[in-house]
Ligand binder design. Structure first.
Ligand SMILES: [Zn+2]
Length: 491
Protein backbone atom coordinates (compact mmCIF):
# COMPACT_ATOMS: atom_id res chain seq x y z
CA UNK A 1 0.00 0.00 0.00
CA UNK A 2 2.71 2.49 1.02
CA UNK A 3 4.20 2.99 -2.45
CA UNK A 4 0.80 3.90 -3.92
CA UNK A 5 0.15 6.72 -1.48
CA UNK A 6 0.49 10.20 -2.94
CA UNK A 7 2.13 12.71 -0.57
CA UNK A 8 -0.78 15.15 -0.45
CA UNK A 9 -4.20 15.47 -2.05
CA UNK A 10 -4.72 19.12 -1.20
CA UNK A 11 -6.09 21.18 -4.08
CA UNK A 12 -3.38 22.73 -6.22
CA UNK A 13 -5.03 26.11 -6.23
CA UNK A 14 -4.56 29.47 -4.61
CA UNK A 15 -7.59 30.65 -2.69
CA UNK A 16 -9.15 33.99 -3.52
CA UNK A 17 -7.90 35.14 -0.13
CA UNK A 18 -4.28 34.22 -0.96
CA UNK A 19 -4.49 35.91 -4.36
CA UNK A 20 -5.73 39.12 -2.73
CA UNK A 21 -3.14 38.89 0.03
CA UNK A 22 -0.24 38.41 -2.38
CA UNK A 23 -1.21 41.56 -4.28
CA UNK A 24 -0.57 43.64 -1.17
CA UNK A 25 0.87 41.68 1.79
CA UNK A 26 1.76 44.84 3.72
CA UNK A 27 -1.92 45.75 4.05
CA UNK A 28 -2.52 42.76 6.35
CA UNK A 29 -2.02 42.61 10.12
CA UNK A 30 0.35 39.87 11.32
CA UNK A 31 1.06 40.94 14.92
CA UNK A 32 4.83 40.87 14.53
CA UNK A 33 6.48 38.23 16.66
CA UNK A 34 3.63 37.74 19.12
CA UNK A 35 2.95 34.05 19.66
CA UNK A 36 -0.46 33.11 18.30
CA UNK A 37 -2.28 30.19 19.94
CA UNK A 38 -4.58 28.20 17.67
CA UNK A 39 -7.00 25.45 18.83
CA UNK A 40 -7.03 22.08 17.10
CA UNK A 41 -9.79 19.49 17.45
CA UNK A 42 -8.34 16.01 17.12
CA UNK A 43 -10.73 13.46 15.64
CA UNK A 44 -9.46 9.89 15.97
CA UNK A 45 -11.17 7.57 13.54
CA UNK A 46 -11.62 3.82 13.99
CA UNK A 47 -13.65 1.05 12.40
CA UNK A 48 -17.27 0.39 13.31
CA UNK A 49 -15.86 -1.99 15.97
CA UNK A 50 -13.58 0.69 17.43
CA UNK A 51 -10.35 -0.77 16.04
CA UNK A 52 -7.49 1.10 14.40
CA UNK A 53 -7.17 4.30 16.44
CA UNK A 54 -4.02 6.36 16.22
CA UNK A 55 -2.70 5.89 19.77
CA UNK A 56 -2.58 8.65 22.37
CA UNK A 57 1.24 8.57 22.64
CA UNK A 58 1.38 8.98 18.86
CA UNK A 59 -1.05 11.92 18.99
CA UNK A 60 1.03 13.58 21.70
CA UNK A 61 4.29 13.04 19.83
CA UNK A 62 2.81 14.35 16.57
CA UNK A 63 1.39 17.45 18.24
CA UNK A 64 4.76 18.08 19.89
CA UNK A 65 6.39 17.88 16.45
CA UNK A 66 3.76 20.20 14.98
CA UNK A 67 4.50 22.83 17.61
CA UNK A 68 8.22 22.44 17.08
CA UNK A 69 7.71 22.88 13.33
CA UNK A 70 5.73 26.09 13.95
CA UNK A 71 7.95 27.52 16.71
CA UNK A 72 9.89 29.71 14.25
CA UNK A 73 6.52 31.03 13.00
CA UNK A 74 5.53 31.97 16.58
CA UNK A 75 2.36 29.95 16.15
CA UNK A 76 1.43 27.21 18.59
CA UNK A 77 -1.42 24.73 18.60
CA UNK A 78 -3.35 23.45 21.59
CA UNK A 79 -5.86 20.63 22.04
CA UNK A 80 -9.44 21.88 22.06
CA UNK A 81 -11.73 19.60 24.08
CA UNK A 82 -11.19 15.89 24.43
CA UNK A 83 -9.95 13.61 21.69
CA UNK A 84 -13.01 12.83 19.58
CA UNK A 85 -13.14 9.08 18.92
CA UNK A 86 -15.36 8.22 15.94
CA UNK A 87 -16.18 4.62 15.05
CA UNK A 88 -17.08 4.58 11.38
CA UNK A 89 -15.42 2.17 8.95
CA UNK A 90 -16.42 4.16 5.88
CA UNK A 91 -14.87 7.35 7.20
CA UNK A 92 -11.88 5.61 8.80
CA UNK A 93 -10.98 4.02 5.47
CA UNK A 94 -12.24 6.53 2.91
CA UNK A 95 -11.04 6.26 -0.66
CA UNK A 96 -12.73 9.39 -2.02
CA UNK A 97 -12.62 13.07 -1.13
CA UNK A 98 -16.44 13.06 -1.20
CA UNK A 99 -16.57 10.66 1.78
CA UNK A 100 -13.91 12.69 3.57
CA UNK A 101 -16.02 15.80 3.02
CA UNK A 102 -19.03 14.05 4.59
CA UNK A 103 -16.90 12.98 7.60
CA UNK A 104 -15.67 16.52 8.09
CA UNK A 105 -18.92 18.44 7.82
CA UNK A 106 -20.59 15.89 10.13
CA UNK A 107 -18.05 16.33 12.93
CA UNK A 108 -16.29 19.69 12.66
CA UNK A 109 -16.07 21.87 15.76
CA UNK A 110 -16.29 25.53 14.71
CA UNK A 111 -13.36 27.92 15.10
CA UNK A 112 -10.75 25.22 15.54
CA UNK A 113 -8.50 23.45 13.04
CA UNK A 114 -10.27 20.12 12.72
CA UNK A 115 -7.76 17.31 12.16
CA UNK A 116 -9.00 13.82 11.25
CA UNK A 117 -6.56 10.93 11.74
CA UNK A 118 -7.63 8.05 9.53
CA UNK A 119 -6.55 4.73 8.02
CA UNK A 120 -7.06 5.86 4.41
CA UNK A 121 -7.10 9.55 3.46
CA UNK A 122 -8.44 9.23 -0.09
CA UNK A 123 -5.26 7.46 -1.16
CA UNK A 124 -3.00 10.27 0.08
CA UNK A 125 -0.82 10.86 3.13
CA UNK A 126 -3.11 13.77 3.89
CA UNK A 127 -5.11 16.66 2.52
CA UNK A 128 -6.69 19.95 3.44
CA UNK A 129 -10.21 20.35 2.09
CA UNK A 130 -11.23 24.02 1.71
CA UNK A 131 -14.94 23.30 1.32
CA UNK A 132 -14.97 21.55 4.72
CA UNK A 133 -12.15 23.63 6.25
CA UNK A 134 -10.47 20.60 7.83
CA UNK A 135 -7.45 18.36 7.34
CA UNK A 136 -7.20 14.58 7.05
CA UNK A 137 -4.02 12.76 8.07
CA UNK A 138 -3.07 9.17 7.30
CA UNK A 139 -2.13 7.65 10.66
CA UNK A 140 0.77 5.58 9.30
CA UNK A 141 2.40 8.75 7.93
CA UNK A 142 1.76 11.03 10.89
CA UNK A 143 4.03 9.97 13.81
CA UNK A 144 7.76 9.24 14.08
CA UNK A 145 9.13 12.67 13.21
CA UNK A 146 6.71 13.29 10.33
CA UNK A 147 6.05 16.88 9.23
CA UNK A 148 2.78 15.96 7.52
CA UNK A 149 0.58 17.76 10.05
CA UNK A 150 2.61 20.98 9.63
CA UNK A 151 2.28 20.64 5.84
CA UNK A 152 -1.51 20.25 5.93
CA UNK A 153 -2.02 23.02 8.47
CA UNK A 154 0.14 25.18 6.21
CA UNK A 155 -2.47 24.56 3.51
CA UNK A 156 -5.28 25.21 5.99
CA UNK A 157 -3.71 28.60 6.69
CA UNK A 158 -3.65 29.38 2.96
CA UNK A 159 -0.16 28.50 1.69
CA UNK A 160 0.49 26.26 -1.31
CA UNK A 161 3.10 23.86 -2.64
CA UNK A 162 6.23 25.64 -4.00
CA UNK A 163 5.69 23.49 -7.12
CA UNK A 164 2.08 24.63 -7.58
CA UNK A 165 0.75 23.56 -10.97
CA UNK A 166 2.93 20.45 -11.30
CA UNK A 167 0.59 18.26 -9.25
CA UNK A 168 -0.35 15.40 -11.54
CA UNK A 169 2.11 16.61 -14.21
CA UNK A 170 5.27 14.48 -14.28
CA UNK A 171 8.47 16.49 -14.78
CA UNK A 172 11.13 15.23 -17.21
CA UNK A 173 14.59 16.73 -17.56
CA UNK A 174 14.78 15.32 -21.07
CA UNK A 175 11.85 17.35 -22.39
CA UNK A 176 11.77 21.12 -22.81
CA UNK A 177 10.25 22.79 -19.72
CA UNK A 178 6.97 24.53 -20.58
CA UNK A 179 6.20 28.08 -19.45
CA UNK A 180 2.74 27.05 -18.23
CA UNK A 181 1.27 23.94 -16.60
CA UNK A 182 -2.34 22.96 -16.17
CA UNK A 183 -4.02 21.38 -13.20
CA UNK A 184 -7.38 20.01 -12.23
CA UNK A 185 -8.93 21.11 -8.95
CA UNK A 186 -12.47 19.95 -9.52
CA UNK A 187 -13.05 18.64 -5.99
CA UNK A 188 -11.35 21.45 -4.17
CA UNK A 189 -13.53 24.49 -4.56
CA UNK A 190 -14.59 26.60 -1.57
CA UNK A 191 -17.95 24.87 -2.09
CA UNK A 192 -17.91 21.12 -2.60
CA UNK A 193 -19.22 19.93 -5.95
CA UNK A 194 -17.88 17.42 -8.42
CA UNK A 195 -20.03 17.78 -11.52
CA UNK A 196 -17.90 20.42 -13.26
CA UNK A 197 -14.30 19.74 -14.19
CA UNK A 198 -12.18 22.80 -13.45
CA UNK A 199 -8.78 23.19 -15.08
CA UNK A 200 -6.56 26.14 -14.26
CA UNK A 201 -3.20 27.39 -15.46
CA UNK A 202 -0.05 28.05 -13.42
CA UNK A 203 3.00 29.89 -14.67
CA UNK A 204 6.23 27.94 -14.34
CA UNK A 205 8.70 29.64 -12.02
CA UNK A 206 12.16 30.68 -13.27
CA UNK A 207 15.41 30.36 -11.35
CA UNK A 208 16.06 34.04 -12.07
CA UNK A 209 13.00 35.00 -9.98
CA UNK A 210 11.65 37.15 -12.79
CA UNK A 211 8.11 35.84 -12.27
CA UNK A 212 8.19 34.49 -8.72
CA UNK A 213 5.28 36.61 -7.45
CA UNK A 214 3.01 35.40 -10.25
CA UNK A 215 4.25 31.85 -10.79
CA UNK A 216 3.65 28.71 -8.71
CA UNK A 217 2.89 29.49 -5.02
CA UNK A 218 3.37 33.25 -5.44
CA UNK A 219 6.19 33.53 -2.87
CA UNK A 220 9.63 34.73 -3.95
CA UNK A 221 11.51 33.15 -1.06
CA UNK A 222 10.41 29.65 -2.09
CA UNK A 223 12.66 28.86 -5.07
CA UNK A 224 11.34 26.94 -8.08
CA UNK A 225 10.52 23.27 -7.87
CA UNK A 226 8.75 20.99 -10.32
CA UNK A 227 8.80 17.84 -8.19
CA UNK A 228 5.25 16.72 -7.41
CA UNK A 229 5.98 13.21 -6.15
CA UNK A 230 7.85 12.25 -2.98
CA UNK A 231 11.62 12.80 -3.28
CA UNK A 232 14.87 12.37 -1.39
CA UNK A 233 17.50 15.01 -0.78
CA UNK A 234 21.26 15.46 -0.69
CA UNK A 235 23.04 16.29 2.56
CA UNK A 236 22.37 20.02 1.90
CA UNK A 237 18.61 19.22 1.61
CA UNK A 238 18.59 19.91 -2.16
CA UNK A 239 16.88 17.43 -4.47
CA UNK A 240 18.88 14.60 -5.94
CA UNK A 241 16.94 15.14 -9.13
CA UNK A 242 18.25 17.95 -11.35
CA UNK A 243 15.70 20.18 -13.12
CA UNK A 244 15.95 22.99 -15.67
CA UNK A 245 13.69 25.99 -16.02
CA UNK A 246 12.16 27.23 -19.35
CA UNK A 247 15.40 29.18 -19.97
CA UNK A 248 17.40 25.93 -19.57
CA UNK A 249 18.93 27.02 -16.23
CA UNK A 250 19.67 23.97 -14.08
CA UNK A 251 18.59 23.86 -10.44
CA UNK A 252 17.71 21.51 -7.58
CA UNK A 253 14.64 21.88 -5.35
CA UNK A 254 14.86 23.01 -1.72
CA UNK A 255 13.84 20.12 0.53
CA UNK A 256 13.89 22.16 3.72
CA UNK A 257 10.46 23.58 3.04
CA UNK A 258 7.62 21.82 4.89
CA UNK A 259 5.41 22.50 1.85
CA UNK A 260 7.65 20.51 -0.51
CA UNK A 261 7.29 16.79 -1.09
CA UNK A 262 10.83 16.12 0.13
CA UNK A 263 11.27 13.28 2.64
CA UNK A 264 10.68 14.16 6.30
CA UNK A 265 14.40 14.07 7.06
CA UNK A 266 14.97 16.96 4.60
CA UNK A 267 12.20 19.23 6.00
CA UNK A 268 13.16 21.99 8.41
CA UNK A 269 11.21 25.23 7.95
CA UNK A 270 8.63 27.57 6.48
CA UNK A 271 10.02 30.66 4.74
CA UNK A 272 9.40 34.21 6.08
CA UNK A 273 6.88 34.94 3.31
CA UNK A 274 4.98 31.72 4.04
CA UNK A 275 4.95 32.56 7.75
CA UNK A 276 3.71 36.10 7.10
CA UNK A 277 0.87 34.76 4.91
CA UNK A 278 -0.24 32.18 7.51
CA UNK A 279 -0.30 34.79 10.28
CA UNK A 280 -2.17 37.25 8.09
CA UNK A 281 -4.64 34.51 7.15
CA UNK A 282 -5.48 33.92 10.82
CA UNK A 283 -6.10 37.60 11.55
CA UNK A 284 -7.88 38.31 8.29
CA UNK A 285 -9.90 35.19 7.50
CA UNK A 286 -10.04 33.24 10.80
CA UNK A 287 -9.92 35.72 13.69
CA UNK A 288 -12.45 33.62 15.64
CA UNK A 289 -9.74 30.96 16.03
CA UNK A 290 -7.80 33.34 18.28
CA UNK A 291 -10.25 33.18 21.21
CA UNK A 292 -7.82 31.73 23.74
CA UNK A 293 -4.37 33.25 23.76
CA UNK A 294 -3.50 31.84 27.16
CA UNK A 295 -3.80 28.03 27.01
CA UNK A 296 -1.98 25.93 29.57
CA UNK A 297 1.26 25.07 27.80
CA UNK A 298 3.86 25.05 30.57
CA UNK A 299 6.56 22.46 30.11
CA UNK A 300 6.29 19.23 32.09
CA UNK A 301 9.60 18.44 33.75
CA UNK A 302 8.90 15.10 35.42
CA UNK A 303 6.84 12.00 34.91
CA UNK A 304 4.72 11.10 37.93
CA UNK A 305 5.71 8.67 40.65
CA UNK A 306 3.35 5.69 40.57
CA UNK A 307 1.67 5.10 43.93
CA UNK A 308 -0.26 1.86 43.59
CA UNK A 309 -0.21 -0.92 42.68
CA UNK A 310 3.52 -1.51 42.49
CA UNK A 311 6.16 -4.21 42.69
CA UNK A 312 4.01 -7.04 41.42
CA UNK A 313 1.62 -6.96 44.38
CA UNK A 314 -1.49 -9.09 44.07
CA UNK A 315 -4.72 -7.11 43.67
CA UNK A 316 -8.21 -8.60 43.71
CA UNK A 317 -9.63 -8.57 40.21
CA UNK A 318 -12.57 -6.39 41.24
CA UNK A 319 -10.49 -3.71 42.94
CA UNK A 320 -7.82 -2.61 40.47
CA UNK A 321 -7.29 1.11 40.87
CA UNK A 322 -4.23 2.79 39.49
CA UNK A 323 -3.04 5.86 41.36
CA UNK A 324 -0.09 8.17 40.88
CA UNK A 325 1.26 11.44 42.18
CA UNK A 326 0.22 14.80 40.82
CA UNK A 327 2.63 16.20 38.20
CA UNK A 328 3.24 19.97 38.14
CA UNK A 329 1.71 21.62 35.00
CA UNK A 330 -0.07 18.43 33.90
CA UNK A 331 -3.81 18.76 33.35
CA UNK A 332 -4.33 15.34 31.80
CA UNK A 333 -2.78 11.91 32.10
CA UNK A 334 -2.65 9.01 29.70
CA UNK A 335 -2.48 5.67 31.53
CA UNK A 336 -1.71 2.35 29.94
CA UNK A 337 -1.88 -1.26 31.15
CA UNK A 338 0.20 -3.70 29.13
CA UNK A 339 0.78 -7.45 29.15
CA UNK A 340 4.50 -7.00 28.57
CA UNK A 341 7.20 -5.25 30.58
CA UNK A 342 8.49 -3.86 27.27
CA UNK A 343 5.17 -1.99 26.86
CA UNK A 344 4.93 -3.11 23.25
CA UNK A 345 2.04 -1.12 21.67
CA UNK A 346 0.45 -4.33 20.38
CA UNK A 347 -0.07 -5.57 23.96
CA UNK A 348 -1.92 -2.64 25.50
CA UNK A 349 -4.97 -4.13 27.26
CA UNK A 350 -6.41 -1.00 28.85
CA UNK A 351 -5.72 2.71 28.43
CA UNK A 352 -7.37 6.08 28.71
CA UNK A 353 -6.99 9.79 29.34
CA UNK A 354 -8.08 11.19 32.71
CA UNK A 355 -7.80 14.55 34.43
CA UNK A 356 -7.50 12.91 37.85
CA UNK A 357 -4.50 11.07 39.26
CA UNK A 358 -6.25 7.71 39.38
CA UNK A 359 -8.05 5.30 37.11
CA UNK A 360 -10.11 2.16 37.51
CA UNK A 361 -9.27 -0.81 35.30
CA UNK A 362 -11.72 -3.57 34.53
CA UNK A 363 -11.92 -6.68 32.36
CA UNK A 364 -8.45 -8.00 33.09
CA UNK A 365 -7.70 -11.71 33.29
CA UNK A 366 -7.30 -13.60 36.56
CA UNK A 367 -3.89 -14.66 37.91
CA UNK A 368 -2.02 -12.58 35.34
CA UNK A 369 0.84 -10.11 35.69
CA UNK A 370 0.33 -6.70 34.11
CA UNK A 371 2.55 -3.64 33.67
CA UNK A 372 1.37 -0.07 33.77
CA UNK A 373 2.66 3.47 33.31
CA UNK A 374 1.43 7.03 32.95
CA UNK A 375 2.22 9.97 30.63
CA UNK A 376 1.36 13.50 31.84
CA UNK A 377 0.50 16.33 29.44
CA UNK A 378 -1.52 19.51 29.08
CA UNK A 379 -3.50 20.96 26.18
CA UNK A 380 -0.66 23.11 24.88
CA UNK A 381 2.39 21.03 25.70
CA UNK A 382 2.55 17.40 24.68
CA UNK A 383 6.34 17.09 24.50
CA UNK A 384 6.32 14.64 27.36
CA UNK A 385 7.31 11.14 28.41
CA UNK A 386 6.18 8.07 30.30
CA UNK A 387 6.71 7.37 33.97
CA UNK A 388 8.70 4.32 34.99
CA UNK A 389 6.67 1.14 34.60
CA UNK A 390 5.23 -0.77 37.56
CA UNK A 391 3.57 -4.16 37.78
CA UNK A 392 0.81 -5.98 39.63
CA UNK A 393 -0.79 -9.39 39.55
CA UNK A 394 -4.51 -10.07 39.48
CA UNK A 395 -5.91 -12.28 42.24
CA UNK A 396 -9.26 -13.80 43.22
CA UNK A 397 -12.16 -11.47 43.78
CA UNK A 398 -12.52 -10.79 47.47
CA UNK A 399 -15.39 -9.20 49.26
CA UNK A 400 -17.28 -9.32 52.47
CA UNK A 401 -18.95 -12.57 51.42
CA UNK A 402 -15.59 -14.32 51.69
CA UNK A 403 -15.55 -13.75 55.47
CA UNK A 404 -16.10 -17.01 57.28
CA UNK A 405 -19.57 -17.01 58.84
CA UNK A 406 -21.12 -14.45 56.46
CA UNK A 407 -23.98 -16.02 54.53
CA UNK A 408 -25.30 -13.04 52.57
CA UNK A 409 -24.03 -9.50 52.07
CA UNK A 410 -25.74 -6.60 50.37
CA UNK A 411 -23.92 -3.28 50.08
CA UNK A 412 -25.67 -0.64 48.00
CA UNK A 413 -25.69 1.57 46.08
CA UNK A 414 -22.07 1.36 45.02
CA UNK A 415 -22.46 4.53 42.97
CA UNK A 416 -23.79 7.32 45.16
CA UNK A 417 -23.75 11.08 45.33
CA UNK A 418 -22.33 12.95 48.26
CA UNK A 419 -24.79 13.09 51.19
CA UNK A 420 -26.62 9.97 50.06
CA UNK A 421 -26.78 6.98 52.44
CA UNK A 422 -24.91 3.74 51.97
CA UNK A 423 -26.76 0.61 53.14
CA UNK A 424 -24.99 -2.44 54.50
CA UNK A 425 -27.04 -5.62 55.16
CA UNK A 426 -25.41 -8.82 56.38
CA UNK A 427 -26.59 -12.23 57.53
CA UNK A 428 -24.29 -14.47 59.53
CA UNK A 429 -24.63 -18.02 60.80
CA UNK A 430 -22.31 -17.48 63.72
CA UNK A 431 -21.30 -14.78 66.14
CA UNK A 432 -18.86 -12.43 64.47
CA UNK A 433 -16.81 -9.43 65.60
CA UNK A 434 -16.80 -7.17 62.55
CA UNK A 435 -15.22 -3.79 62.00
CA UNK A 436 -15.70 -1.61 58.87
CA UNK A 437 -13.68 1.43 57.83
CA UNK A 438 -13.68 3.73 54.82
CA UNK A 439 -10.36 4.10 52.97
CA UNK A 440 -9.19 6.10 50.01
CA UNK A 441 -7.37 4.42 47.14
CA UNK A 442 -4.04 5.03 48.77
CA UNK A 443 -5.19 2.90 51.68
CA UNK A 444 -5.50 5.87 54.06
CA UNK A 445 -8.29 5.71 56.66
CA UNK A 446 -10.99 8.30 55.91
CA UNK A 447 -13.46 7.38 58.66
CA UNK A 448 -14.51 4.38 60.77
CA UNK A 449 -17.99 3.08 59.85
CA UNK A 450 -18.82 0.59 62.62
CA UNK A 451 -17.28 -1.90 65.02
CA UNK A 452 -19.77 -4.41 66.37
CA UNK A 453 -20.68 -8.00 67.18
CA UNK A 454 -23.05 -9.59 64.72
CA UNK A 455 -25.22 -12.70 65.02
CA UNK A 456 -27.97 -13.30 62.49
CA UNK A 457 -29.20 -10.23 60.70
CA UNK A 458 -27.38 -6.91 60.69
CA UNK A 459 -28.24 -3.74 58.81
CA UNK A 460 -27.08 -0.15 58.97
CA UNK A 461 -27.14 3.00 56.86
CA UNK A 462 -24.35 5.54 56.79
CA UNK A 463 -24.65 9.05 55.29
CA UNK A 464 -21.71 9.72 53.01
CA UNK A 465 -21.06 13.36 53.84
CA UNK A 466 -18.07 15.55 53.17
CA UNK A 467 -16.38 13.26 50.68
CA UNK A 468 -14.93 14.50 47.44
CA UNK A 469 -15.90 12.67 44.28
CA UNK A 470 -13.94 9.54 43.51
CA UNK A 471 -13.55 5.91 44.37
CA UNK A 472 -13.28 4.60 47.95
CA UNK A 473 -12.84 1.24 49.56
CA UNK A 474 -14.75 -0.17 52.50
CA UNK A 475 -12.53 -2.52 54.43
CA UNK A 476 -14.32 -5.21 56.49
CA UNK A 477 -12.05 -6.65 59.14
CA UNK A 478 -12.64 -9.94 60.95
CA UNK A 479 -10.24 -12.23 62.77
CA UNK A 480 -7.29 -10.21 61.48
CA UNK A 481 -8.29 -10.54 57.81
CA UNK A 482 -9.46 -7.62 55.70
CA UNK A 483 -11.83 -7.71 52.73
CA UNK A 484 -12.63 -4.78 50.47
CA UNK A 485 -15.71 -3.50 48.67
CA UNK A 486 -15.49 -0.45 46.47
CA UNK A 487 -17.90 2.47 46.23
CA UNK A 488 -17.87 5.52 43.99
CA UNK A 489 -18.95 8.98 45.13
CA UNK A 490 -20.17 11.28 42.39
CA UNK A 491 -20.81 15.01 42.79
ZN1 LIG B 1 0.23 19.53 0.22
Amino acid sequence: MAQDIIPCATPPVKSDWLKAYQKNPNAYAKAGDTTLYVPVTIHVLGTDEGVGYFSVPQILESLCQLNEDFSESNMQFFIEGEFNYINNSAWFNHSTIATGYEMMISNNIPNTINSYIVGNAAGAAGYNLPSANAVALLKSNTANGSHLWAHEIGHNLSIQHPFLGWEGNPYSYNSPTPTEVYYNYTEFQPVFYTDTIIIDTALVEYVARTNCYEAADGFCDTPPSYLATGWNCNSDASSIQLQKDPDNVDFRSDGRNFMSYAANACNAHFTPEQIAAMRANLFSEKPDYLYNQNPQNAAIADAPQLIAPTAGEEIPLNAIHLSWENTPNATRYYYEVNRLASFSPAFVVASGVVEDTSAEVEDLALNTTYYWRVMPFNEGNTCTFFSEGESFRTGEVVGVEQIEGVQTANIYPNLLSTGQSLYIELTTNQSLALQANLYNLKGQLIQPLFNTDIHGNFSTSIAMNGLSAGMYLIGFQSNGNIFYEKIIITK
